[in-house]
Design a protein around this ligand. Structure first.
Ligand code: ATP
Ligand code: MG
Length: 196
């Protein structure tokens, strides 16, 4: 499961758990992005902070792990690179790429689509407020999955921290404490949205 994870929240974790159950996955590997071009309009928190929050959030689940491939490669993350690296590291694994319905809508715009679909099966999960659309997607390469609706987004979590409102129970307890400890999402911090 790829994402910016700035911060990781319970929407991500529920989606991963639901897809793992439905597809009988042995493991879900969370892959925090490097500097994502999609979000160049705001400062994204340091990759090391996003990586560590993802580790904290997934530590208690023996079937969840975190990969550094995109963080260590640096620069903008392209899904083709993520999947190529994971395939190289796990040559015998059947890969599934889990992504949100909003991201899935851009799937046909991605570069090297044919290669992508050779490397992995794509699973798009619903999130509140987004319509699923499977028109124009290669049949058999993409599955759409409805997950229990959780109207949580990282954007809202950052906004809450900036306004001094609680994020308890929206993100795992350890992530609340990590955000506080590192002073993430306060005005002037990398990762704080510029909409004061
Ligand atoms: P931001 O608000 O900064 O865009 P986000 O909450 O969308 O953050 P990402 O790290 O961009 O989090 O998400 C990674 C993937 O998880 C995306 O494909 C996204 O659509 C999906 N996702 C995020 N929140 C939910 C949710 N509540 N339910 C289902 N999928 C979600
Ligand atoms: Mg998003």
């Amino acid at each position: 499961m790829g994402g910016t994870f700035d911060p990781i929240h319970h929407g991500h974790l529920v989606a991963a758990s639901e897809v793992a159950g439905l597809f009988g996955l042995d493991e879900v590997v969370f892959v925090p992005t490097g500097q994502p071009w999609q979000k160049s309009d705001r400062g994204v928190s340091p990759a090391e902070d996003r990586y560590l929050m993802t580790v904290i959030a997934t530590a208690s689940n023996p079937r969840f792990s975190v990969s550094r491939v995109d963080v260590d490669r640096g620069g903008p993350t392209y899904t083709i690179d993520t999947l190529s690296d994971l395939h190289r590291l796990h040559p015998d694994a059947e890969l599934f790429f889990i992504t949100g319905a909003d991201a899935l809508a851009q799937i046909v715009g991605w570069r090297e689509t044919d290669k992508l679909f050779q490397l992995a099966h794509f699973v798009g999960v619903t999130r509140p407020g987004y319509q699923l659309a499977d028109a124009d997607l290669p049949r058999g390469a993409v599955s759409l999955v409805e997950v229990p609706a959780l109207a949580i987004s990282s954007t809202d979590c950052r906004d809450r921290v900036r306004r001094g409102r609680p994020v308890w129970y929206l993100v795992p307890d350890g992530v609340v404490q990590y955000i506080e400890k590192r002073g993430l999402y306060h005005p002037g911090t990398a990762g704080a949205d510029e909409l004061l």
